[in-house]
Ligand binder design. Sequence first.
Ligand code: F0G
Length: 353
Amino acid sequence: MWQGLLRHYRSYLPLTDDTPLITLLEGNTPLIYAERLSDMLEAEVYFKFEGLNPTGSFKDRGMVMAVAKAMEEGSRTIMCASTGNTSASAAAYAARAGLRCIVLIPNKKIAVGKLAQAVIYGAEVIAIDGNFDQALKFVREITSSYPITLVNSVNPYRIEGQKTAAFEVCDALGEAPDILAIPVGNAGNIAAYWKGFKEYRERGKTDTLPKMWGFEAEGAAAITKGQVIEHPETVATAIRIGNPASWEKAAAAATESAGFIGMVSDEDILEAYRFMAAEEGVFAEPASAASVAGVLKQHREGKLQPGDRVVCVITGNGLKDPDTAIDAVSVTPKVVSGNLSEVLQAIGVERGD
Ligand code: F0G
């Protein structure tokens, strides 16, 4: 029976006898074969669907580790800046652990489901007139001056927990894929996967390593463009970040793995977002679709080899951002009166058909 990340990957994580093995049974997410996409690209494409974690994103892997260590160290309060998912995850694990949780978010720029999560799990939510980068700066200042634990991915325990997703990918495939495609925002997750793949190889669990392909949103593509973006903008609010904290680690992952970090437009993201839901039955949030959008773009540019085995990390659940889903399709529900014949007419069949 699955017992959660800390127990399952105990020998790979910096745990001590005093670390409380808290869990919401995070991790152990499915690797789903993408049939239509594989046909289209003449490749073998899978989705690592991290949207099926307890709070609906990959953040739970890192958060369980960061919160367990905060408890071990005797901390009573955790704090983060967030574009939404980190705050939802921090709030849930703080609730589980009995800790106070304070989150700083960019006002009106996080998906409604994520805000609902942070609030219902009992976090203290502060919305600033500013973006994620500014919020993270405040959080770093506050947590360095007060007895509050920072749980953004600059906390190394977050990366430790998140690296376990790479282990699961290797276990499911028997070795690392040729390519690992992943959205890049604050750039912690790409660094975590790369660390995970390398450690798994050191332990003899995979002979190969993947090329790491990271994808930023075009309006927030600091690493791709090689410059801080003062006013990042994208429909993929989760990765609306102009000065990624793990910039160097992400760049190193791309270089060491013979991969790269590139960018995709909002149009590409929304196209991939609709495709994944309508053609593959996987409803992801827009930021997550950046990985699929990136692979489609690479294919268009002739940079995908036939037969390549590609894993796209689907970082968050589409249910978190219903507004974008409703805006993304032009079709609205037909409204009919409450009688059967009108319903039949609406679906194009007549009585007696
Ligand atoms: N996908 C989703 C759904 C995210 O929420 C994030 C980051 C990323 C991708 C990018 O991951 O930052 O490790 O490069 N969300 C953070 C948050 C910033 O506050 O929830 P990254």
